[in-house]
Ligand binder design. Structure first.
Ligand SMILES: [Fe+2]
Ligand SMILES: [Fe+2]
Length: 153
């Protein structure tokens, strides 16, 4: 699959996870928080390492700087979500905030960034989309260790 389509699919997968979270019984929610953190960390890693550097050639750099800031905000919310995953009111408040930030960020990417990247030659990303997904999943394991370091299982 083309890398841009992989990213868009990951956006839909993230939406599906938020939806699953909403419908899940309470005892499954802590595990869904972990799955959300894994999926979003993996996705942000792919964008920051392989996509955003190339996007700077087709989109105004300040838009990409802002997108990176939003990723930072999501990372902080994910760390908070993992810490709070067994504390129902804190967890629910954090999920709501995270979902709003993520929905807004993904919509803007799909409107302003990803369509323009379709003009870029696939070789510009340096690796094939399956190689990128593979290396990002290694990076995700490390990022999850750091995110999760301070939270109880
Ligand atoms: Fe992003
Ligand atoms: Fe994205």
């Amino acid at each position: 699959m083309n890398l841009i389509d992989v990213l868009i699919q990951q956006h839909r997968d993230a939406e599906a996870l938020f939806e699953a979270y909403r419908n899940a019984p309470d005892e499954e929610k802590p595990e869904l928080c972990v799955r959300l953190a894994e999926a979003l960390t993996m996705h942000s890693t792919i964008e920051e390492r392989w996509v955003y550097p190339v996007a700077r050639s087709v989109v105004d750099g300040s838009r990409i700087d802002f997108a990176v800031e939003e990723h930072g905000e999501m990372t902080q919310l994910l760390a908070e979500l993992l810490r709070a995953r067994r504390d129902v009111p804190r967890r629910e408040a954090t999920v709501r905030e995270l979902e709003a930030v993520v929905a807004n960020h993904m919509a803007e990417e799909e409107r302003e960034v990803l369509p323009r990247l379709r003009q870029v030659d696939a070789g510009a990303f340096g690796l094939s989309s399956s190689e990128i997904v593979r290396s990002a999943s290694d990076a995700r394991r490390e990022a999850m260790r750091q995110l999760d370091a301070s939270s109880p299982r």
